[in-house]
Write a protein that binds this ligand. Structure first.
Ligand code: FES
Ligand code: FE2
Length: 335
């Protein structure tokens, strides 16, 4: 008889969990002390970003004739990808007479203004100065020194992700009427999980809150609800590697090393009475399971599902962030 004892035992990824009564879960408000969340936000805000801002999914910017227009911190920018795959970025206002460069065309890798044909190959020209841009393979980042106001860094602070080729990634974007800090504060309150999102989370407990200094992670035990009574129990860590990013990394359980990166990019300028912020969320799911190779092959079909799941959570989380902003801006925020 073959000895199979040395082989890891196959464990089903899904557990059955009777749907608990929402109202009978343990309240988390006493643990979710506003001071702990405020301190975590302060720690994140003090970290350097090097003036890099996430502007969207790398996959969405294709080497075709359409450039992308974005507004970051009230500044109009244009991005395009040349035939070689290189991404260019710069002011979105044509230096000639101000045409919106997002409506121009890319011809053989060169951006051609549709008003009078001024051509930009990505290098400084006629008063137009390019912005440093970084394509990390999942997300695009642009460095805007005037908006960031920090010491510039050569590269953005990109979270460590599952090894390339070992994950299925999807990027979800939404816009809220709030500032980046409201989005970050929402993510630094893990206690709201199974109360506010009972359709996605059950049995959430915060095993450890940040203790200050380098010990800045929230460690959370939670079950993700897949469907009905089927859940996937995991341990996850939340950290904020820079002021506008919160990373949730699964550290134990199904899909360990998978991450969800939430990036908050201000669309409006400082002091704008009606701020708007883009939430750009990158989900990079990984698994050692054999079936996951199939999932990778099915990635184009999986992406919309992953985006839909993120979208449902963010409908509620943006309501939280927008509410936080509404209260803060009128001096009604508790505490
Ligand atoms: S406004 Fe762009 S070329 Fe004239
Ligand atoms: Fe949430």
């Amino acid at each position: 008889m073959t000895d199979r004892s040395h082989k890891p035992r196959w464990t089903p990824p899904l557990r059955r969990r009777r749907t608990p009564d929402w109202a009978t879960q343990t309240p988390t408000w006493q643990d979710a002390r506003p001071g702990v969340i405020a301190d975590a936000l302060k720690t994140a805000s003090a970290r350097p970003s090097g003036n890099w801002f996430v502007v969207g999914a790398s996959r969405d910017l294709r080497a075709d004739e359409r450039p992308h227009g974005r507004t970051v911190g009230g500044v109009e920018i244009v991005l395009w990808r040349s035939d070689t795959g290189l991404v260019h970025a710069g002011p979105g206002v044509c230096p000639h007479l101000g045409a919106p460069l997002r409506d121009s065309r890319v011809v053989c890798g060169t951006l051609v203004c549709h008003w009078h044909g001024l051509a930009l190959d990505g290098a400084a020209f006629a008063g137009w100065e390019p912005y440093p841009v970084h394509d990390d393979g999942v997300l695009l980042w642009v460095r805007l020194d005037e908006i960031g106001g920090e010491e510039p860094l050569d590269m953005p602070v990109v979270p460590v992700r599952p090894a390339t080729g070992n994950g299925v990634d999807a990027v979800f974007t939404a816009v809220g009427r709030c500032e980046p800090q409201d989005v970050v504060a929402n993510r630094l309150d893990p206690w709201h999980g199974s109360w506010f999102h009972p359709y996605s989370f059950v049995d959430l407990t915060v095993a450890r809150a940040p203790r200050g200094g380098v010990d800045d992670a929230f460690v959370v035990d939670v079950s993700f609800r897949v469907t009905g009574a089927l859940v996937v129990p995991v341990r996850a860590e939340f950290t904020a590697p820079e002021p506008r990013t919160v990373v949730m990394r699964i550290t134990e359980g199904e899909g360990a090393t998978s991450i969800v990166e939430t990036h908050a990019t201000p669309l409006t300028g400082e002091g704008d009475g009606q701020p708007r912020t883009a939430v750009v969320e990158a989900i990079v799911a990984a698994s050692d399971r054999r079936g996951f190779a199939l999932a990778r092959a099915a990635a184009p079909a999986l992406r919309p599902l992953m985006r839909r799941a993120a979208g449902r959570l963010w409908r509620d989380d943006l309501a939280y962030a927008e509410r936080r902003w509404a209260l803060r801006s009128t001096g009604r925020f508790p505490g």
